[in-house]
Ligand binder design. Structure first.
Ligand code: GRF
Length: 200
């Protein structure tokens, strides 16, 4: 079973959900390490309570995105991690060749339209309302060197209802995230990405 790392910047809700899905056998992976981009991330205590070691790696202590990313990968490699799930991770990661195809992200909107720099958290849900679209959702994708750009692994859709506030859409999308991320990770680990081999 592959060793998994969870990367968090916030509450860790998705990360905790993935750990539970691994532990109850829905996802064939071994949660091995968490990396937090800030000591203020609420998810740190939640993951530690589940027995997951957490390392905090702060971007401002490094002079470039590359150096910061290398420190994150070094921590993963020391722990034997083979696959990384970004779960509410807010920092730029530079993806070197050896990690291509092995980093997944969840985005709280339907890509490509509601993605890119600045499109995170409530900004996405506000943009969805402004656009007047009838549905939103979440996207699980592989991470490459452009924001919200890599191969899509799974999409979950939710309705946008008349009179919805950004908070209403956030709640609906978040419940869909809880369902979709474990399912997409399990499929990725057993079948690989579309048009690619399973991770080795
Ligand atoms: C989620 O909405 C996820 O899609 C986005 O950041 C949020 C993280 O929430 N990338 P949590 O920290 O997992 O609660």
């Amino acid at each position: 079973m592959k060793a998994l790392a969870l990367f968090i910047s916030g509450t860790g809700g998705n990360a905790v959900n993935l750990v539970q899905a691994c532990r109850d056998g829905r996802v064939p992976a071994r949660p091995t390490l968490a990396v937090a981009s800030t000591p203020k991330a609420g998810g740190i205590a939640r993951l530690e309570a589940l027995g997951i070691p957490v390392v905090v790696i702060v971007r401002s202590r490094f002079e470039s995105d590359e150096a910061f990313s290398t420190a994150c990968y070094d921590a993963c490699e020391q722990a034997g991690v083979e696959v990384i799930c970004l779960a509410g991770w807010l920092k730029k990661l530079v993806v070197p060749r050896k990690w291509e195809g092995r980093i997944l992200n969840i985005h709280p909107g339907l890509l490509p339209r509601f993605g890119g720099a600045g499109m995170y958290g409530m900004n996405v849900h506000r943009a969805v309302i402004e656009a007047g679209v009838a549905e939103s959702g979440c996207t699980i994708h592989l991470v490459d060197n452009d924001y919200d750009h890599g191969t899509t692994l799974a999409v979950g859709k939710v309705p946008v209802r008349p009179g919805d506030l950004p908070e209403d859409i956030q709640k609906r999308v978040y419940s869909e995230e809880m369902r979709l991320y474990p399912e997409a990770l399990a499929t990725y680990l057993t079948s690989g990405a579309p048009n690619a081999d399973p991770p080795t």
